[in-house]
Write a protein that binds this ligand. Structure first.
Ligand SMILES: *[C@@H]1O[C@H](CO)[C@@H](O)[C@H](O)[C@H]1NC(C)=O
Ligand SMILES: *[C@@H]1O[C@H](CO)[C@@H](O)[C@H](O)[C@H]1NC(C)=O
Ligand SMILES: *[C@@H]1O[C@H](CO)[C@@H](O)[C@H](O)[C@H]1NC(C)=O
Length: 648
C-alpha cells in the first residue's frame, strides 16, 4: 500500500482517483481521511472556468505549425529551446550562464515564454535544486517575471521535494504578484490544474491557507479553506489554527466558530492550540458566562486547559471586573496542577489595582515571589500604576527603586506613570528630581516624558523651569516638536519675556520647523504689550512671507500696541491693510482707534473725518462705538454735538 500511495503521485488523476476509491473501500477509512476523492469532478469544472492557466500539452502543438524550424540549426530552432536549456542545466549552473553568451541568446530572448518555462520546470520536477537554479536564472539573469502558472509548478516541485520554507516563500511571492496585477488569478485553481501534469503533495493547499494569512489576506485564506474542503481535502490542524488566528485578529468571531464547526464536520481534530485560540474568541465575544460549558466541551475533546487557556480567561475576567471569577479559576489552576506564571499573577494584580485594592495586589505580588516567580517589568508597572492612581507616589517610587535594585530596568511606561502621577498631584519639582535620579541610574527617559514635563511646567506657569529643562535635555539629543515649542513660547510670552521666547522661534526655523500661527500670535501679542510694536510688525511681515495668514487677534494686538504707543496713523493704516488684504474687520480694533480719538475730549472734525474713512473701508459704528463716543463727548462737549455725530 505504501508503494501504491507513492506511485499515485506520478499517475494522472483518473487513475489516482480510482486507486483512492479502492483504498477507501479496502480500508473502510472515513471519507475525509483520503485526499483525492473529489478532485476530478472539481478540476473538470474548473478548467471551464476563468483560470489563467493553460494546461501544458504533452505534444508540442508548435511543432506542427512550425515544421520549417526543422531546417534551422539546433541552436536556432525554437522547438529545441526546452531541450537546450534542460541539457545545460544538467551540466551545472556555469553552463547556464554561458548559454546566454552563445548564439542561443536570441532564441532564449525571443522564444522563452511562460509555456517554455513551465516545460523546463516540469523536466526538473524531481530535482528541486535544478528547478531552483533555473527559476532564479529566469528571474535574475534573464530578468523575466515568471507567470503565475510558472510559480504554481515551482511551488508544487518544491513542496513535493519537501523544500517547505522555500515553497512557502514562493507561494507568498506568487500571492503578492497576483494581488498587484489587475487580472484576477485564482491561485487555488491554478495549483489544482497543475496537479494534472506534475508531481504534487496535498500539503500545498495547507500552505496556501497559511500563506494567505501571512500576507494578510485572511478572507482569501478562508475561501481557500472552503474550497479545499469542497474538493475533498482536509486541511491540517496547523493550517486551521493559522486561519483561526487570522480571523480572531480581525475580530471575525462568527467566522471562527464556523471554521471550528467545519473542522468538526470533516473530522479534523483540534489541538490545544486551537482551543487556546477559541478561548480568546470566547473571551472577545464577552460571553464569559458560558466558559464552563466551553471548558467542558474542551475536556470532552480530550484537552485539559493549559496555562495559556487559564491566562486568557483570567485576563478576560479581570478586564471585565469580575475578580471573583478570576480568582476562582486561579484556585482551580493549583488544583489542576497547572501552575500560574507571572502572566497570571500580573493579570490578577491588574484586576485588583483597577479596583483600588492595592494592599491585596501587593500581597499577591509577594506571594508570587514566594512561589519562586520573578516579577518582570510588567508586574512592577502594574503595581506602580496602581499606586499612582491612588496618589501613593511614595510607594510607587520605592517600587521603582526596588525594581532597579533587582536589575529590572524601568521602561518608558514606568517612568511616564510616576512622572505623570507627580504632575497630577502638582508636584512637578519632585517629578524633575526623579528624572534626574533615574538618569543617574542609567535609565533612559523617553521623549514622551520630557514632552509631558515641559508642557506641564508651562501650564503651571513655570516657563523658565521648562526652558532650563529644555536646555539641559537638548544636550542629550532631545528635540522638541512644533507643539512643544509653541507651548514654551506661549508660556514665556505670557510672562512678557519676549527676550526668551524670540530665540526659541529662531531655533525652530534653524531646525527647519515652520512656526505656525500660534507661534507668531503669541510673539506678536507679547511684543505689542511691551511696546515693541515695530518689532511685532516686522514679525508679522515675516509670517506673511512664510505663507501664514493673520487672524483678528493679531490685528487687534498690533492696533492696540500702536494706539498705546500713540502712533494712531500707523494703527489706522494697519486697520486698512488687514481689511483690504485679508478681509479682517475687527470691531474691537476699530473701536480702539475711535477711542483713541475720543480721549482728552476729542477733536470732533477729525473724528468725523476718521469715521468717514473707516466707513469707506467697510467699518460701521456699533453700539460699543456709540458708547465710547458718547462717553468721551460727555466730558467736554455739549450733548447736541454728540447726537449730531451719531445721526450721520
Ligand atoms: C465558507 O463557507 C461557509 C459555509 O460553509 C460560508 O458561510 C462562508 O461565507 C464561506 N466563506 C468564504 C470566505 O467563502
Ligand atoms: C521609549 O521611547 C523611545 C521613544 O521615545 C523609544 O525609542 C524606546 O524604544 C522606548 N523604550 C522602550 C523600552 O519602550
Ligand atoms: C458744538 O461744539 C462747538 C465747538 O466744538 C461749538 O462751537 C458749538 O456751539 C457746539 N454746538 C452746539 C449746538 O452747542
Amino acid at each position: 500500500m505504501c508503494c501504491l500511495v507513492r506511485l499515485s503521485h506520478t499517475l494522472c488523476f483518473p487513475v489516482m482517483l480510482l486507486m483512492n476509491r479502492m483504498l477507501v473501500s479496502a480500508t473502510k477509512k472515513s471519507f475525509y481521511n483520503f485526499n483525492f476523492i473529489s478532485i476530478l469532478t472539481f478540476s473538470s469544472s474548473s478548467s471551464s472556468s476563468s483560470s489563467s492557466l493553460q494546461i501544458i500539452q504533452d505534444t508540442d502543438s508548435k511543432t506542427l505549425s512550425n515544421s520549417l524550424y526543422h531546417f534551422l540549426p539546433q541552436t536556432r530552432n525554437p522547438n529545441n529551446i526546452v531541450n537546450l536549456i534542460y541539457s545545460s542545466l544538467k551540466q551545472g549552473k556555469s553552463d547556464l550562464t554561458t548559454l546566454l553568451q552563445h548564439d542561443i541568446k536570441g532564441l532564449v530572448h525571443h522564444h522563452l515564454g511562460a509555456h517554455e518555462i513551465s516545460r523546463v520546470l516540469l523536466r526538473c520536477q524531481s530535482d528541486s535544486l535544478t528547478a531552483l537554479t533555473f527559476f532564479n536564472w529566469v528571474k535574475h539573469d534573464l530578468g523575466i517575471k515568471p507567470a503565475p502558472e510558472n510559480y504554481c509548478f515551482f511551488v508544487h516541485i518544491l513542496a513535493w521535494n519537501k523544500e517547505f520554507p522555500l515553497a512557502m516563500k514562493s507561494l507568498c511571492e506568487l500571492i503578492e504578484l497576483v494581488k498587484d496585477t489587475s487580472h484576477c488569478v485564482d491561485v487555488f485553481q491554478d495549483l489544482v490544474l497543475c496537479t494534472q501534469v506534475c508531481n504534487w503533495d496535498p500539503v500545498v493547499f495547507d500552505m496556501l491557507i497559511k500563506a494567505y494569512v501571512k500576507v494578510g489576506l485572511v478572507r482569501e485564506s478562508y475561501r481557500t479553506f472552503n474550497k479545499t474542503l469542497e474538493s475533498g481535502f482536509v486541511p491540517s490542524v496547523i493550517s486551521c489554527n493559522f486561519l483561526l488566528n487570522g480571523l480572531l485578529k480581525l475580530n471575525c468571531i462568527n467566522q471562527c466558530w464556523l471554521v471550528y464547526e467545519e473542522m468538526g464536520r470533516v473530522g479534523r481534530r483540534p489541538n490545544s492550540y486551537t482551543f487556546n485560540i477559541l478561548t480568546h474568541v470566547f473571551c472577545k465575544n464577552g460571553d464569559v458566562d458560558k466558559v464552563n460549558e466551553f471548558m467542558e466541551r474542551m475536556e470532552e475533546e480530550g484537552f485539559d486547559p493549559d496555562l495559556v487557556t487559564y491566562n486568557t480567561l483570567i485576563s478576560s475576567y479581570c478586564k471585565k471586573g469580575r475578580l471573583n471569577d478570576a480568582f476562582y479559576l486561579y484556585r482551580i489552576m493549583y488544583r489542576r496542577k497547572v501552575l500560574p506564571d507571572s502572566v497570571t499573577y500580573t493579570a490578577l494584580m491588574n484586576g485588583l489595582c483597577k479596583e483600588g485594592r492595592m494592599r491585596e495586589a501587593h500581597q499577591l505580588f509577594h506571594q508570587m515571589i514566594h512561589r519562586g516567580l520573578s516579577p518582570d517589568v510588567v508586574s512592577y508597572n502594574t503595581l506602580i500604576c496602581g499606586y499612582c492612581k491612588e496618589g501613593k507616589l511614595g510607594e510607587s517610587k520605592s517600587l521603582l527603586y526596588e525594581m532597579i535594585g533587582n536589575r529590572i530596568f524601568p521602561d518608558n511606561y514606568s517612568c511616564q506613570v510616576i512622572v505623570k502621577g507627580y504632575g497630577k498631584e502638582g508636584k512637578l519639582p519632585s517629578a524633575l528630581n526623579l528624572v534626574v535620579e533615574l538618569q543617574r541610574f542609567g535609565v533612559s527617559i523617553s521623549k514622551d516624558v520630557y514632552d509631558y514635563l515641559i508642557v506641564a511646567l508651562c501650564n503651571d506657569n513655570r516657563p523658565f523651569a521648562a526652558k532650563n529643562l529644555l536646555e539641559r535635555i537638548s544636550e542629550d539629543g532631545y528635540v522638541p516638536n512644533l507643539e512643544i515649542y509653541n507651548e514654551l513660547i506661549k508660556s514665556l510670552c505670557k510672562c512678557d519675556s519676549a527676550a526668551d521666547a524670540l530665540p526659541l522661534k529662531d531655533q525652530m526655523v534653524a531646525r527647519d520647523m515652520k512656526p505656525s500661527i500660534f507661534t507668531y500670535r503669541a510673539l506678536i501679542c507679547c511684543l505689542c504689550r511691551i511696546s515693541r510694536s515695530k518689532e511685532a510688525t516686522s514679525l508679522m511681515e515675516e509670517m506673511l512671507k512664510s505663507g501664514v495668514l493673520p487672524d483678528p487677534l493679531i490685528c487687534r494686538a498690533l492696533i492696540h500696541g500702536y494706539c498705546k504707543e500713540r502712533d494712531v496713523n500707523k494703527a489706522e493704516s494697519l486697520l486698512g491693510f488687514f481689511a483690504k488684504e485679508f478681509q479682517i474687520f475687527d470691531t474691537e480694533s476699530y473701536n480702539a482707534i475711535i477711542s483713541f480719538f475720543c480721549e482728552d475730549g476729542g477733536d470732533l472734525p477729525k473724528l468725523m473725518e476718521l469715521q468717514d474713512r473707516l466707513l469707506k473701508l467697510g467699518f460701521a459704528p456699533n453700539s460699543l462705538t456709540c458708547k465710547n463716543v458718547i462717553q468721551s463727548l460727555w466730558k467736554g462737549i455739549e450733548n447736541e454735538n454728540a447726537t449730531g455725530i451719531l445721526a450721520r
